[in-house]
Design a protein around this ligand. Structure first.
Ligand SMILES: [Zn+2]
Length: 139
C-alpha cells in the first residue's frame, strides 16, 4: 500500500475536518435553539460499528453530516492525483460502508438523514425538523 499522506493531502484533510465540524456545530446550534435535544457522536446499535453525528434516540432519527471529499459528494468530490488508485479504492470503500450502514439502520427502524457539508445549515435544520415531526406523530 502506498503512503497516501503527502503534504497536499495532509492539508486537505485538515481543512476538511475543520469544515465538517463548523457545519455540524451550526446545525446543532439551531436545533438546540428550537428546543430539540439530541446526542452527539452517539453509538447507534450494539451490532453496528456506526456512530451518528446528531442522534434523536427516542424518535430513532439519526443525522450524518458527511464531508464532500471523504464521502464522495457529487458536486465537490475530487480524486487526489497522487496515489490515485489507492484513493479511488479508499473512497469507494467509504461509500460502500455508508450505504451498508444506512440500510442496516433503516432495517432496525431508524430514519437516516444524510447531510453534505456544503449544504445550507438553515435548510438542513428545516429538513431535520420536518422529519422529527413525522417521527413524533408516527409514534
Ligand atoms: Zn459537496
Amino acid at each position: 500500500m502506498p503512503e497516501p499522506l503527502d503534504d497536499v493531502v495532509r492539508l486537505r484533510m485538515k481543512r476538511q475536518a475543520r469544515r465538517d465540524t463548523s457545519v455540524e456545530l451550526e446545525i446543532r446550534r439551531r436545533l438546540h435553539a428550537l428546543g430539540y435535544r439530541y446526542r452527539v457522536d452517539h453509538r447507534l446499535e450494539p451490532s453496528l460499528r456506526c456512530r451518528g453525528d446528531i442522534v434523536f434516540t427516542r424518535r430513532r432519527v439519526v443525522v450524518f453530516v458527511d464531508g464532500c471529499f471523504w464521502h464522495g459528494c457529487p458536486d465537490h468530490a475530487t480524486a487526489p492525483k497522487n496515489n490515485a488508485e489507492w484513493w479511488r479504492q479508499k473512497l469507494a470503500a467509504n461509500f460502500k460502508r455508508d450505504e451498508r450502514n444506512r440500510q442496516a439502520l433503516e432495517g432496525l427502524g431508524w430514519t437516516v438523514i444524510g447531510v453534505w457539508e456544503h449544504e445550507d445549515p438553515g435548510s438542513v435544520t428545516a429538513r431535520i425538523v420536518d422529519v422529527l415531526g413525522v417521527a413524533r406523530t408516527g409514534g
